[in-house]
Structure formats: structure tokens, C-alpha cells
Ligand binder design. Structure first.
Ligand code: GAR
Length: 207
């Protein structure tokens, strides 16, 4: 059984989707054993508490550089035997040390079809604002591995979602979460825990 740490910053609906999938037995060979929040006000911490999952806050504001923040996160992970880190709405950028330490063992969920509407500055509702301003008719979500390039790691799963006339950021964000993120993130995590994701260069094959 692999130990999973979920990193969060906000509402935690993706954490909830992972907890619900786990309760339905859909995270095969994996268990969420730790939640780390970048912000003490994150509602995601309440979800962790309700599910009986230990959590900690490592506040981004309390550390100057990315390296210092990385060190504080690594200190929290120490001794917990974490096999997989899941960034579920974690809005701080991780540093190179942590990414290298957990190479090919960090999965992120991004609310667009990468390589569109991603990279530095594209997070949360900003992604959906950019999608709406562009006039595209289809958007979606991507579960991918994390490397040193923001949103640049190998793609694991994607799902498309329609953009509809009259959408605003809130409506579109909710549709992308409900139809795509809450489905593909638990699936990607379960595939990882079963050893069914083969990384070939910057691509993946699902075994
Ligand atoms: C989600 O839409 C997630 O995809 C996005 O933040 C939201 C967090 O919601 N993440 C990013 O934009 C990362 N670049 P949640 O806290 O309810 O899961």
C-alpha cells in the first residue's frame, strides 16, 4: 500500500474527491496518510479533519525563498514514508529540491487542457477567465506529473469539457471540476498506486 500526501491551499474539493474515491475503494493500493496546507485558512484542512487524516500547515508567507519553503515541507514529510505527493489545488510553486527528491512521484491537477492556459500565472479562476476571453468552445482538466517547468511534466489523463454560451468563471470552474477534475485526479492517483503509469520521455503510457 502506497502512502499518499495531498497538498492543498483552498476549498479542497479535489481532496474531497480523493477521500470519497478512497472510501468507495477506488484508490487501489494507495491510502491518503497526510494533508499539507500552504495556508491555515484552507477549508481543505476541515475536510482532512473530518476524514481523520493528519494534517499540517506550512505557510508560504512564513518563508522567504522557495528553497526555504521546500526545506520546511521536506521536514514535515520526514519519517512519513510518503510514496506519492498529490497537488490538489496547491497554489504555491514547489522548488527544485523537492521536485528532484520526488521525481516522477508528484501529480498535479490543472484546470485546463495543457498545453493551453497553463504555466506561470495560470491558476484557479484565472485559468477560466483566460479560457472565456479566448473564445474557445472546449476546455477541460489535466492530471500530470510535476517537473521543474510549471505545468510542463508528462500528461497522465485529460478530459474535455464544453464552454457554453453565458458561462462566467464560477459556472465554468464548477463544470470543469465536476465533469473532469474530480474524476481524472482520483483515477490518475489510483493508476499510479497500481504501478500502471509508464513514463516514456515526457509522455506516459497507461498499462
Ligand atoms: C482546482 O480547480 C485546481 O484544478 C486548481 O485550483 C482549484 C482548487 O480547488 N489548481 C490550479 O489552478 C493549479 N495550477 P479545490 O481546492 O477545491 O480542489
Amino acid at each position: 500500500m502506497l502512502n499518499i500526501a495531498v497538498f492543498v491551499s483552498g476549498g479542497g474539493t479535489n481532496l474531497q474527491a480523493l477521500i470519497d474515491a478512497q472510501n468507495r475503494g477506488e484508490i487501489k493500493n494507495g491510502k491518503i496518510t497526510f494533508v499539507l496546507a500552504s495556508n491555515e485558512d484552507a477549508y481543505a484542512l476541515k475536510r482532512a479533519e473530518q476524514a481523520g487524516i493528519p494534517s499540517a500547515v506550512v505557510s508560504r508567507k512564513a518563508y522567504g525563498t522557495k528553497q526555504e519553503y521546500d526545506r520546511a515541507i521536506l521536514d514535515q514529510l520526514e519519517g512519513k514514508n510518503i510514496d506519492l505527493i498529490v497537488l490538489a489545488g496547491f497554489l504555491s510553486i514547489l522548488g527544485e529540491d523537492l521536485i528532484a527528491r520526488y521525481k516522477n512521484r508528484i501529480i498535479n491537477i490543472h484546470p485546463s487542457l495543457i498545453p493551453l492556459f497553463c504555466g506561470d500565472g495560470f491558476y484557479g479562476k484565472r485559468v477560466h477567465t483566460a479560457v472565456l476571453n479566448s473564445g474557445v468552445k472546449v476546455t477541460g482538466a489535466t492530471a500530470h506529473f510535476v517537473n521543474e517547468i510549471t505545468d510542463g511534466g508528462a500528461i497522465i489523463l485529460q478530459k474535455a469539457v464544453p464552454v457554453e454560451d453565458g458561462d462566467n468563471e464560477d459556472i465554468l470552474q464548477y463544470r470543469v471540476m465536476r465533469q473532469a477534475e474530480w474524476e481524472i485526479l482520483p483515477k490518475a492517483v489510483s493508476l499510479f498506486c497500481q504501478g500502471r503509469i509508464k513514463i516514456v520521455g515526457n509522455k506516459t503510457e497507461i498499462l
